[in-house]
Design a protein around this ligand. Structure first.
Ligand SMILES: Nc1ncnc2c1ncn2[C@@H]1O[C@H](COP(=O)(O)OP(=O)(O)OP(=O)(O)O)[C@@H](O)[C@H]1O
Length: 206
């Protein structure tokens, strides 16, 4: 499913934080959002997820096909790891959580109350929670924060499988995820600067 963003502007706290942002992302591709702190990466992801209204512009498709993993992992502390995942899977009509438990190395933790997990374990659960929605477009805000190297590898592999299955991903990250052919959108003050050499995106090895 292709993601199309056209001439997007977003206002937060009475100030325009994004203006003239546009991109097209084909199914099976990843887009990495780059730019300094405060430039609007989270704002763009929240707008795609339907959590932040656009001032002007167009986003398609709608938030019902987007799965958003934010800084706040959004997990229920008193439920166990598997109960958290089962809750979200059930909400989205997805039958099994076993693949997500395996993909994010959560099998040994499945009976643990989520509130007792370490920061990195919580982050893995937050990412697994997004995966069990079964939604085709993943929106990821600094997904590797708190993850150790092995977990970053697991996460990158899960993204690759998602892309190979025809999904897509928009990822705000400062690190190299090793996703071949990922596209990059550099956000600059009040606009998304297109690459110099091409009206579309440049290919990057991230
Ligand atoms: N609730 C809010 N009310 C007003 N302004 C906000 C609000 N949240 C964020 N902003 C402002 O919007 C701008 C964009 O913030 P945003 O969080 O999207 O940036 P970011 O690129 O994700 O930053 P970082 O790399 O630090 O996570 C910043 O100037 C920020 O201060």
């Amino acid at each position: 499913m292709e993601v199309i963003v056209e001439d997007l502007a977003v206002v937060r706290g009475g100030m325009r934080v994004l203006e003239g942002v546009g991109f097209r992302l084909e199914a099976g591709r990843a887009l990495v959002l780059r730019g300094p702190n405060g430039i609007g990466k989270t704002t763009l992801l929240r707008t795609l997820a339907g959590l932040q209204p656009a001032d002007v512009g167009r986003v398609a498709p709608g938030p019902e096909v987007m799965a958003y993993a934010s800084h706040a992992d959004g997990i229920k502390a008193t439920l166990s790891v598997s109960e958290n995942l089962a809750f979200w899977a059930g909400l989205h009509g997805v039958g099994s959580i076993s693949e997500a438990l395996l993909d994010f190395n959560l099998e040994a933790l499945e009976a643990r109350p989520a509130g007792s997990l370490s920061a990195g374990q919580k982050r893995r659960l937050g990412l697994a929670r997004m995966a069990v929605t079964g939604r085709p477009i993943w929106l990821l805000d600094e997904p590797t924060v708190s993850l150790d190297l092995a977990s970053v590898g697991l996460f990158a592999a899960a993204v690759r499988r998602h892309l190979e299955a025809g999904g897509s991903a928009v990822i705000a990250t400062h690190i190299d995820l090793g996703i071949d052919g990922a596209e990059v959108l550099e956000l600059g003050p009040f606009k998304a600067a297109p690459p110099e050499h091409d009206a579309d995106f440049h290919e990057a090895f991230l």
